[in-house]
Design a protein around this ligand. Structure first.
Ligand SMILES: Cc1cc2nc3c(=O)[nH]c(=O)nc-3n(C[C@H](O)[C@H](O)[C@H](O)COP(=O)(O)OP(=O)(O)OC[C@H]3O[C@@H](n4cnc5c(N)ncnc54)[C@H](O)[C@@H]3O)c2cc1C
Length: 462
């Protein structure tokens, strides 16, 4: 039987997982990646002996099949580590999920207001993120944390966002079912748990990028191609089928396309007109530091007036992420592709350094040996109020192509995690191998959301 030639657009974990499974079964696959490296959002930057992921990145899943796959790919390099994350509130660092000590740091007037929120519940109608958070956690927590953090992080007021932002970003597990925090009452209960939530996840000694690097080697080992520096800029279609993909001037004939780049780009190449789906981008400031690093949570959220929204300490994931006499630190500042910050990413450096010293993350600017400024596009889909209708319309338009499959975080406009993209990739490949047409292999994201819902808990923006 003639095996098909599939083209996978994007070498993130979703695209590489599908490509790997198809290549293993003898299909010819060509993966086209616009960047000069693989991994997408799950890449690792290596600067000599310093290694930095794209902010905090850890493998965690409740799905045994996905876990087996991750362990199989990482092989002897897999390590298990304990989670430790923090948040800066009331001018101090606290464990996240919160511990009872946070109440000692809390101003009395806020405690009184919090107690009032417990008694007088808000009942805001509507589909907005604002309504969701206010109704669940009350006005005090909303005003002191959720609102400023969301505005700083996304540049939108919670009233302009859809409540799915809470389902994905806030409700997603603190990765422990005990740490439920889907209401003010359960948040307080979790905070008062006698023992802190203790969870582990999978990692490697030199960053999560190893997963994509290994998949790439294996795909190539099967005679298929993973081509970097190949941005797809055209899709040729005849009737209901895509016949060829255009990348860097080259025309590649194909039997089917698995698209994991932004859905907005696929829509534009296939004439869907203007699509109002917006992605956030992020500038990552990777600092090589002399010791000491005073905050050793793996990652820490900042909801105050600092320029950044989160910092990550790679050596708190694995000491091998930096030389023994040094530490790494990643600082995240969000933006939009093309905006002023994107065009001049070095602009906020002075303010970042000032805030790191002011909040005592580091003692002094002199500790910074090197700074690498790394802008990354399309880090988060932004769930504005109109997104469900806009996404449905776009999926309908693209659904008319029988040999096109949309997958992954950007391809599905899906605020997800690596394990979701990997799980989706495994399921999609399985169905393709059973002979289903690509357009019928619509293993969308909703099923995963249902899985997530019961594990609702604290603020997580990954
Ligand atoms: C800051 C941050 C922290 C995170 N932390 C975690 C975590 O701790 N744990 C976790 O499980 N998940 C985490 N995630 C989520 C995780 O990174 C994603 O779920 C996952 O990497 C998505 O993989 P993907 O393949 O679906 O998409 P992507 O990684 O976005 O891959 C899409 C690929 O397509 C390429 N592409 C786009 N357009 C084109 C084109 N026209 N032609 C060719 N190629 C194109 C892109 O360059 C990219 O490589 C985090 C995400 C972020 C941003």
């Amino acid at each position: 039987m003639k095996q098909s030639h599939y083209t996978v657009v994007g070498a993130g974990v979703a695209g590489l997982t599908v490509a790997h499974q198809l290549a293993e079964q003898g299909h010819r696959v060509t993966v086209l990646e616009r960047d000069t490296f693989v991994g997408g959002l799950a890449r690792t930057w290596h600067y000599d002996a310093f290694h930095f992921d794209v902010g905090p990145h850890r493998f965690h899943t409740d799905n045994p099949r996905v876990e087996r796959f991750i362990r199989d790919i990482l092989g002897p390099h897999v390590i298990e580590i304990r989670r430790s994350s923090g948040v800066r509130m009331f001018d101090r660092f606290h464990e996240w999920p919160l511990r009872p000590s946070v109440f000692r740091a809390m101003p009395i007037r806020l405690m009184v207001a919090g107690v009032r929120d417990l008694v007088r519940r808000e009942r805001l109608p509507g589909e907005s993120f604002e309504a969701d958070v206010l109704n669940k956690y009350g006005r005090t927590l909303y005003e002191i944390f959720f609102r400023p953090y969301t505005k700083k992080f996304l540049g939108y007021d919670p009233a302009e966002l859809h409540r799915d932002w809470a389902r994905a970003g806030v409700n997603r597990a603190v990765i422990d079912k005990r740490a439920s925090a889907d209401s003010l009452v359960s948040l307080i209960r979790t905070t008062l748990l006698p023992k802190p939530v203790d969870t582990t996840f999978l990692y490697t000694a030199d960053g999560v990028g190893r997963f994509s690097d290994t998949l790439t080697e294996r795909i190539r080992g099967r005679g298929s191609s993973v081509l970097t520096g190949r941005r797809v800029t055209g899709l040729d279609a005849a009737g209901e089928r895509i016949t060829a993909v255009i990348a860097e001037g080259e025309r590649i004939e194909t039997d089917g396309v698995i698209w994991t780049g932004p859905i907005t780009e696929a829509a534009s190449l296939l004439g869907a007109g203007q699509v109002d789906l917006e992605f956030l981008s992020t500038v990552f400031y990777n600092l090589e530091l002399s010791l000491p690093l005073n905050v050793n949570y793996q990652w820490t959220y900042f909801g105050g007036d600092e320029v950044f929204s989160r910092i990550t300490a790679p050596t708190a994931f694995a000491p091998t992420m930096a030389p023994p006499d040094a530490a790494g630190l990643t600082v995240e500042v969000t933006c939009r592709e093309g905006d002023e910050r994107w065009q001049n990413p070095s602009g906020p450096v002075d303010a970042i350094v000032r805030d790191l010293v002011r909040t005592r993350v580091i003692d002094s600017e002199r500790q910074i040996r090197q700074l690498h400024v790394e802008p990354v596009r399309n880090t988060y889909p932004i769930y504005k109020l109109n997104y469900p209708a806009e996404l449905a319309r776009t999926l309908r338009h693209l659904g008319r192509y029988r040999n096109l499959l949309l997958a992954g975080r950007c391809g599905r406009f899906w605020y997800n995690n690596m394990d979701h993209s990997i799980g989706q990739g495994l399921t999609m490949a399985e169905q393709v191998l059973r002979g289903r047409q690509l357009a019928d292999v619509d293993e969308g994201e909703r099923a995963y959301w249902e899985d997530d819902a019961p594990a609702a808990s604290g603020v997580e923006s990954r």
